[in-house]
Structures are given as C-alpha cells and as structure tokens.
Ligand binder design. Structure first.
Ligand SMILES: NC(=O)c1ccc[n+]([C@@H]2O[C@H](COP(=O)([O-])OP(=O)(O)OC[C@H]3O[C@@H](n4cnc5c(N)ncnc54)[C@H](O)[C@@H]3O)[C@@H](O)[C@H]2O)c1
Length: 238
C-alpha cells in the first residue's frame, strides 16, 4: 500500500500497540492514528484492550480481540516495559525474573502470537522498543540492560526468519525519554545525565514516535530489516 500524494502515510494500515497506555507507546499510538492507521492499544492499564505481556493466555486473548476489531494486524509495536534499579550483587531473583518476563519474554510472546498471521498474509511490520542500555549497559541496570540486549537479538533473529515473507522486524533503542518510567529517578541523576548527552536534554515521547511511523510506512520503512534505530540525544553512536 504505497503512499499516494497527499494521503496520510499509514492510511489503510492496522496496528496493535502493546504498552500503548502510557509514555512512548501512547505517543506512537497517537502518531499512528494521526498518520491514518486504525489502532488498538493494549496495556495492563489505561487501555481498551487488557494485556499482561507475561501471561500467554492474556496475550492470546488480546491478540484475538485486536484482530477482530481491526480485521487483521499489519503493524505490531511492543512498548510494554518496566524499569527498576538494583546493583547486581544485591539483586534478588524475583527482580531479575520479573524484568526479563516483562521486557523480554513479553516481546517474544506478542511476536509469537501476532507474526504467524502476518506471515500468512505476506505483510507485516514489527517494531520492538528496546533501549540504548541494551547496547551500552547501565550501572544498577543489569536486569534491564540484559532484557533490552535480548530484545535487540530477538529482533535480528526474527527479522532473518520472516523478511522473505514480507514481514519486517526492527527495534528502536531510545535514549532517556521524559515518561512516567523515569519519573522516579532522582533529579540529581537526571541533571548529571543531561550534562553527558551531546544534545543536553532528554527526549520526549512524541520525538520517538516518528521513528516508529517511518518503520511502519511504505516506502519509508521498506528497507529496514533487523535494524536498531537510535533516537537517543547522541548518547550512543553504534
Ligand atoms: N523512558 C525512557 O527513558 C525509555 C528509554 C528507552 C527505552 N524505553 C522503553 O520504552 C518502552 C515504553 O516505556 P515508557 O518510558 O513509555 O514507560 P511507561 O511506564 O510510560 O510505559 C510503559 C507501559 O508498559 C505497560 N506495562 C508494564 N508492564 C506491563 C505488562 N506486564 N503487560 C502489559 N503492559 C505492561 C505499563 O502499564 C505502561 O503503560 C519500555 O519498553 C521502556 O523500557 C524507555
């Protein structure tokens, strides 16, 4: 469905935005809608469709509901995530396991239940929200960084499996973005982080969303396969 002159870039596309109840996911859902897509938002809270990405039955039910509302799912965005801080040497297993379950296994489960339909139809776009911490690591963030590095590896591997079927799988690895996820971090840490960033400031969710629109669009997204795009204020330059 290549873009016609004057037509919104996602006109005629359908999208499921998992974790779209807040922050980056919400901004992506809004940008997709503004670009002409039909969008279903799924989240544990603040969404019409309930999903807990750690629970396979809930994922299956949410995908079925979204498919029946939309007719089909052309674009899947995986933006659900949690972040806590803990030194690895003091981290309990439950903290590690929960982070891996939401931030990595959740992406696996949503892909597992949405991608087969895309392969069958010969078209799909999957956009996984990773993090630059999956590339550079982060002090007190071994669990989160490991999960996000896992998302980048999953993205590349799935991209290799399904590109020939017209399904393009990519990741976005944002830098620090002003969302409820970073609200709990101390102002002192944020000020130090801002000084480190070449751009000198955190991003806003609406500054990440256009990267997702690009990846979802035709022709703009057509040649991205297994890539990790970095709207990150210059913090990481892979
Ligand atoms: N904010 C940042 O600085 C930043 C930077 C890089 C990457 N990210 C990633 O971006 C994504 C979105 O984060 P955000 O900053 O918008 O945070 P956010 O807290 O605003 O949004 C996260 C959403 O995920 C949902 N969620 C959490 N656990 C869930 C579960 N088990 N099932 C379903 N939904 C669940 C929450 O309800 C929330 O709506 C996350 O994957 C995060 O790791 C954020």
């Amino acid at each position: 469905m290549a873009e016609l002159p004057g037509e919104p870039v996602l006109h005629g596309r359908t999208a499921l935005v998992v974790g779209g109840g807040s922050g980056i996911g919400r901004a992506i859902a809004q940008a997709f809608t503004a670009a002409g897509a039909d969008v279903v938002v799924a989240d544990r809270k603040n969404a019409k469709v309930y999903i807990d990405v750690t629970d396979e039955d809930a994922v299956r039910a949410a995908v079925a509901e979204a498919s029946s509302v939309l007719g089909r799912i052309d674009v899947l965005v995986n933006s659900a995530g949690i972040l806590t801080e803990s030194r690895l040497t003091e981290m309990d297993l439950a903290t590690w396991t929960e982070t891996i379950a939401v931030d990595l296994t959740g992406v696996f489960l949503c892909c597992r239940h949405v991608v087969p339909g895309m392969v069958e139809r010969g078209f799909g776009r999957v956009i996984n929200i990773a993090s630059q911490l999956g590339i550079k690591g982060g002090r007190d963030l071994a669990h989160y960084s490991a999960a996000k590095a896992g998302v980048i590896g999953l993205t590349k591997s799935l991209a290799l499996e399904v590109a020939e079927h017209g399904v393009l799988v990519n990741a976005i690895a944002p830098g620090p973005i002003e969302t409820p996820m970073v609200e709990g971090i101390t102002e002192e840490w944020k000020a130090a982080k801002r000084r480190e960033l070449p751009l000198g400031r955190f991003g806003r969710p609406e500054e990440v969303a256009p990267t997702a629109v690009l990846l979802a669009s035709d022709p703009g997204g057509n040649l991205f396969v297994g890539q990790t795009l970095g709207p990150n204020s210059g913090d990481v330059m892979p």
